[in-house]
Design a protein around this ligand. Structure first.
Ligand code: M6R
Length: 365
């Protein structure tokens, strides 16, 4: 049932505040402002490293997770798409743990990567939506994302729920490893607790801008997304979402890679979507944006209030989100990216929920 939405994808985008608040309730003690005790199956305090593998959007959630585990838990992370991971012959230590992220829990390559790690003696954790899935069954610890059924082929609420669960796991691992203090944990958890409300506000306020921007995007053949830090996986997620449902060619790049190639593509026909919250990377990303502007590129700037005030560059459009703590920025910045792809596809008249050539669950290699 789509309720009063035109597509399941739209419904699922708007469900995010609710499902995330439900999911966080499972992982967080909001009275103590602490992450709930972690599973005993994986000893995050002792593991020397973490392997993460997944496909598509789930992989991009894992890539954000890598930044968090490394930063908050000082835990080195090896991550790759499952189709590479399973064949790379990665030397793995049996003392390590591995996390597999999958909405369906049935993705063939992700399952094969899981089995590879199991054979090498690693402890296995599964971040899944479908709790009865094969990936969940074969894991030592299951971390449900509790997004509820996701029908749209383009993943939206599963992505932000995966991120939310990964954030709590990274904080919990940080506490176990003594790299996150009690005060830091409280502050991080408070930010997570605020997230659903902020998401609701953002979803309501940006919709008209996204809809009008989508008319512009629908005329384009190629779109480039740029970001740094955790906004880099988001740039790739933005590009993936756009190509999946609107069939417009899009690429997501680390902003710092611009001058190593993609800058050659820039002309007045090429929209460049820059994802840049006012974080420690902001100035660097803005200088990349200047390089785009100097070549006549049309910039769609997705930033926050501080970022908008700090940048004087002329853009085709600036989307201003509220200032939020760094830990929740990826979930908040995912919203304009999802809505932009959604409205562009609707405007172009594609089959949004069931885009051509794609399946919701990829159970063959
Ligand atoms: O069920 P999974 O999370 O394992 O699926 C992984 C990918 O197939 C999936 O995320 C795909 O990339 C989506 N269509 C993205 O929107």
């Amino acid at each position: 049932d789509k309720g009063n939405h035109r597509h399941f994808m739209e419904k699922e985008i708007y469900e995010q505040p609710e499902v995330i608040s439900h999911a966080l309730g499972q992982y967080i003690d909001f009275i103590e402002n602490k992450v709930n005790p972690m599973t005993a199956a994986i000893d995050f305090a002792k593991v020397p490293s973490l392997a993460i593998s997944a496909c598509g959007t789930a992989y991009l959630a894992g890539l954000v997770g890598k930044y968090w585990f490394e930063r908050y838990a000082r835990l080195p992370v090896e991550i790759d798409v499952a189709s590479e991971f399973r064949y790379r012959e990665i030397p793995l230590s049996p003392q390590s743990a591995a996390l597999f992220i999958s909405q369906s829990g049935e993705t063939a390559d992700t399952l094969a990567s899981l089995r590879y790690c199991k054979e090498h003696g690693l402890k296995i954790g599964a971040v899944v939506n479908v709790k009865e899935s094969t990936i969940a069954r074969e894991s030592d610890a299951v971390f449900p994302i509790m997004a509820g059924p996701e029908i749209g082929v383009a993943s939206t609420k599963a992505f932000t729920c995966q991120l939310s669960v990964l954030a709590t796991l990274a904080i919990g691992a940080g506490r176990a490893r003594g790299t996150v203090s009690e005060a830091e944990e409280k502050a991080l958890v408070r930010s997570l607790a605020e997230m659903p409300r902020i998401m609701g506000k953002v979803l309501n306020s940006i919709q008209p801008t996204m809809e009008s921007l989508s008319r512009e995007l629908s005329k384009c053949k190629d779109v480039l997304y740029l970001g740094r830090g955790t906004s880099y996986p988001l740039a790739m997620e933005g590009a993936l979402k756009l190509k999946e449902i609107s069939y417009i060619h899009a690429e997501g790049y680390a902003a710092g890679e611009l001058k190593h190639g993609p800058i050659a593509l820039i002309d007045e026909n090429m929209p460049v979507i820059v994802i840049a919250p006012h974080d420690r990377f902001f100035e660097k990303t803005v200088s990349n944006m200047q390089e785009v502007a100097a070549r006549g590129g049309r910039i769609i700037f997705i930033t926050d209030e501080k970022g908008a005030a700090a940048s004087k560059l002329e853009t085709m459009s600036t989307i201003i989100l509220p200032n939020v703590d760094e830990i929740i920025a990826p979930m908040i910045f995912a919203l304009p990216i999802q809505l932009l792809a959604y409205h562009t596809a609707v405007f172009m008249g594609t089959d949004v929920d069931q885009p051509r050539n794609l399946a919701k669950s990829v159970t063959v290699e």
